[in-house]
Design a protein around this ligand. Structure first.
Ligand SMILES: Cc1cc2nc3c(=O)[nH]c(=O)nc-3n(C[C@H](O)[C@H](O)[C@H](O)COP(=O)(O)OP(=O)(O)OC[C@H]3O[C@@H](n4cnc5c(N)ncnc54)[C@H](O)[C@@H]3O)c2cc1C
Length: 398
């Protein structure tokens, strides 16, 4: 069986290796001059390729119940990574190659593929795929005939890695529909004019997301305050919901709690009352005991207070509100250029979830981020890429 895989990312490579292990003749077409360009960037170059905690709540899809049957097979991932020869480690449930380098995984995928006789057609971009009888694939250089085609072209996120959304058009040319892709795992922009004052601060916080005044999610961890708004892993984990909410004209407000180690504003007031008495510090000195000085200056500026004011004569409610529920109105997300993944894609209702085969065209398979599945930070997006590729490649039979 002549199997052609379009795209040499993690989904395409796992699909190709799995099909070749089933004794098919496999060719991968990749428009870049090397494989796994995005994979190399993952986890800041360390490649967080899987997570021990797998639960439906770590993912988003417009058809989560369908996705849950795919996720049931997540145990396929680690044996596959082991079969490449990769030695890995687990840190708090997050899996990385022991070398700490994504190159280990990309090189092992490449060598395994070569050993299996997989043919690579690099620097060839697929322009069209038709199926008059067998599949006809037209690239910038050649025309190929294939019995089976696995589409693994990724999404529109981080287009400089080659994922420019062409997979959507190729799937649509066979009658597939598309849930509008939106940037996810992406930084958030606001509208206030003081971001220069907090730019560069990294701090622990609890973020509470309100959509149309209704609390929908909470995330805790380190955030980065930037000249356009906020960033950091817990910010990005809220961004998919926010992208979808903004696209539906919903109001998205995040309350930032800069004092996550205290439970209530009353506890903060009691704490500052006590500390003022015992330490005899002014307000800025008290706050700088647990907050970045730039943030202290900003809070004081927003309350029109001088640095040497005493806590006992300050507007306590106003200050504790800003410290524990700082309102950040999200006006936009950063663009696809900075987004790690896309929310949306080809609906799962249009594929056979046992095989990843298209329900529109026999012999066409869709895998990876091209589909309407996205995960939070922590190895979930790669989990889905490996898993969907393995299911597709493993299900091709003569
Ligand atoms: C900076 C960054 C960090 C990330 N870190 C992590 C992480 O630590 N853990 C995690 O789980 N996920 C992470 N992700 C997400 C993860 O990388 C993606 O979800 C995953 O790569 C998707 O795999 P894929 O194979 O579906 O698509 P891709 O990796 O996007 O691969 C698709 C391939 O198809 C090729 N292609 C597209 N169109 C054509 C065409 N017409 N002809 C030929 N070739 C084509 C592209 O060039 C590309 O090589 C990160 C993403 C980014 C951007």
């Amino acid at each position: 069986m002549q199997v052609f895989v379009i795209g040499a990312g993690p989904a395409g490579l796992s699909a190709a290796i799995s099909a070749a292990r089933n004794h098919h003749t496999v060719t991968i077409i990749e428009k870049n001059n090397k494989i796994g360009k995005k994979l190399l960037l993952t986890g800041n170059g360390h490649c967080n390729f899987y997570n021990a905690y797998q639960d439906i709540t770590c993912y988003h899809s417009h058809n989560l119940e369908i996705f849950s049957s795919i996720l049931d097979k997540h145990n396929l991932v680690l044996p596959f990574i082991e079969s490449l020869g990769i030695v890995y480690k687990q840190i708090n449930g997050y899996y990385y190659p022991y070398s700490n380098q994504s190159t280990s995984i990309v090189n092992a995928l490449y060598q395994t593929a070569l050993n299996l006789g997989i043919i690579f057609k690099l620097e060839e971009e697929v322009l069209t795929i038709t199926k008059p009888n067998t599949f006809i694939i037209t690239t910038t250089q050649n025309t190929y005939q294939a019995d089976k085609v696995i589409l693994a072209c990724g999404s529109k996120a981080y287009p400089k890695t080659g994922s420019t959304g062409q997979g959507y058009e190729l799937a649509q040319s066979f009658g597939h529909s598309l849930i509008t892709p939106l940037p996810a795992l992406v930084q958030l922009q606001g509208q206030d004019n003081f971001y220069k004052d907090w730019e560069g601060i990294r701090t622990d916080a609890i973020l509470t997301l309100f959509e149309n005044q209704q609390m929908i999610k909470k995330e805790q961890g380190e955030i980065q305050l930037t000249n356009y708004g906020i960033s950091g892993i817990c910010t990005m984990n809220l961004s998919g919901d926010i992208s979808r909410g903004l696209a539906a004209n919903k109001q998205e407000i995040i309350n930032i709690n800069f004092v996550p180690w205290l439970a209530t504003s009353q506890e903060l007031i009691t704490y500052l009352d006590y500390k003022e008495k015992t330490l005899n510090y002014n307000l800025s000195e008290l706050l700088e005991c647990f907050l970045n000085y730039k943030l202290v200056n900003l809070i004081l500026k927003l309350c029109h207070l001088s640095r040497d004011i005493r806590w006992s004569s300050a507007p306590k409610e106003k200050i504790t509100n800003l410290l524990m529920s700082f309102p950040f109105k999200v006006t936009n997300t950063n663009s696809f250029d900075q987004a790690q993944v896309c929310s949306g894609g080809i609906p799962l209702t249009e594929i056979n979830i046992d095989t990843m085969e298209s329900q529109m065209v026999r012999g066409l398979y869709l895998v990876g981020e091209l589909l309407d599945v996205d995960g939070i930070c922590g190895g979930y997006n790669l989990t889905f890429a490996w898993l969907s590729g393995l299911i597709a490649g493993g299900s091709i039979h003569d």
